[in-house]
Ligand binder design. Structure first.
Ligand code: COD
Ligand code: ZN
Ligand code: ZN
Length: 369
């Protein structure tokens, strides 16, 4: 017996957001039904909408949200109706080898949820005619209500501003986590960040929180660089005006940065990240590129200078450990969420919100469905 809810559906790659009543099945074992309170528009939503990141269509996008639990399905412990939760776009099954070895960001269930199915491979959403409807990362938060894996719902205090706390779900965990978990940046480090959008700005503030002594932000967009300075960047570079390699040489006395983060998803800037690090430094790839993209780097420098390259998925986060950690940093005034929210809108405004993100005017537009 399925219910209905309003959701923004994208019917095919390149399609626009169409707000319709969809059918929503009740939560199965290990799932909860939630009401979405606030959900941010992230670049990955655009990448899927435009067909750059592969997905199954028709789809309900949206993967960065805070919600309220309404119905608790069977075999769910620790969640009650009325609980406020941050949603994680990687469920943590707790049972697979990755979850057990403390790498829950690689949880095996995500291979199916990344393609829009629930962890058990089935679907909860249907178009009005009964045909299948997929949900980005098993969340599909561009909707009034969603049925999600209980392991993806992390309880938080309901006293916090929903529009800000929603950003923890993707941008903050991905960006700050890349610094604190993946790279484990030490105090006094020199850091470069290529691309300071919604995720990259969180890499900048993560580097400040880690105690980096120099933070070089690189972006084509002047207003993003201004925000980067506000969040902790010590130097900013527009690569169309100046060469970031020159700035990094000046800042580091010629050697290169200890850590460079690529937060755009392009092979050219990934290569630049490799060129910006010092011997022994680490280049961290955060941006998801086109599926066909390849990185070409001088292998000799990798070996003889011990330059390292690492990928970072979801900031290597363990959401149950890291969401509370981010909220502590927020309470201490170290994590700035308010500056990242550049606008709020409704479900009907998603096409506009997507255009503002693509055009570089928005960092995060937060949708209140
Ligand atoms: N040089 C410098 N800056 C550039 C360039 C360039 N050649 N091209 C674009 N930029 C800047 C833009 O001006 C912008 O400020 C920034 O790069 C990109 O920012 P946003 O706000 O458009 O995008 P984000 O920050 O929301 O997301 C970007 C990612 C690439 C990190 C994102 O799409 C992604 O890949 N996320 C993580 C991967 C993943 O698995 N995602 C799934 C859920 S997010
Ligand atoms: Zn995202
Ligand atoms: Zn798992």
């Amino acid at each position: 017996m399925s219910d209905t809810t309003r959701a923004a559906v994208v019917r095919e790659p390149g399609g626009s957001f169409e707000v319709i009543e969809i059918r929503l099945d009740p939560p199965a074992a290990g799932e909860v039904e939630v009401r979405i309170l606030a959900t941010g528009v992230c670049h990955s939503d655009l990448s899927i909408q435009q067909g750059v990141i592969p997905a199954t269509f028709p789809v309900v996008l949206g993967h960065e949200a805070v919600a309220e639990v309404e119905i608790v399905g069977p075999e769910v412990a620790g969640l009650e109706p009325g609980d406020r939760v941050v949603l994680s776009w990687i469920p943590q099954c707790g049972r697979c080898d990755y979850c057990r070895r403390g790498e829950p960001q690689l949880c095996e269930t995500s291979s199916g949820t990344m393609l829009g199915r629930q962890p058990d491979g089935s679907l909860r959403r249907y178009l009005p005619d009964g045909s299948p409807l997929y949900a980005m990362t098993a969340l599909g938060t561009f909707a009034e209500r969603a049925v999600v894996p209980a392991s993806a719902a992390v309880p938080v205090s309901s006293e916090l501003p929903a529009e800000q706390v929603a950003l923890l779900g993707c941008g903050v965990l991905t960006g700050v986590g890349a610094v604190l978990n993946t790279a484990q940046v030490e105090p006094g480090s020199a850091v470069a960040v290529l691309g300071v959008g919604g995720v990259g700005l969180n890499v900048v503030q993560g580097a400040r929180i880690a105690g980096a002594s120099a933070i070089v932000a690189v972006d084509l967009n002047e207003s993003k660089l201004e925000l980067a300075r506000h969040l902790g960047a010590s130097h900013t570079v527009r690569p169309d005006v100046d060469d970031p390699r020159r700035t990094v040489r000046e800042v580091t006395g010629g050697s290169g940065v200890d850590y460079a983060f690529e937060v755009i998803g392009r092979p050219e800037t990934a290569r630049t990240a490799f060129e910006l690090i010092r011997p022994g430094g680490l280049a961290v790839m955060v941006g998801v590129p086109d599926v066909a993209a390849e990185l070409k780097i001088p292998l000799m420098m990798m070996v003889t200078q011990e330059r390292r390259v690492a990928g970072s998925l979801y900031g290597s986060s363990d959401v149950r450990r890291d969401v509370p950690r981010m909220l502590d940093l927020y309470a201490a005034g170290e994590l700035d969420l308010a500056s990242l929210v550049t606008g709020t809108a409704g479900l009907e405004d998603l096409d506009d919100a997507a255009a503002r993100l693509a055009g570089g005017e928005a960092v995060r537009t937060v949708i209140t469905p």
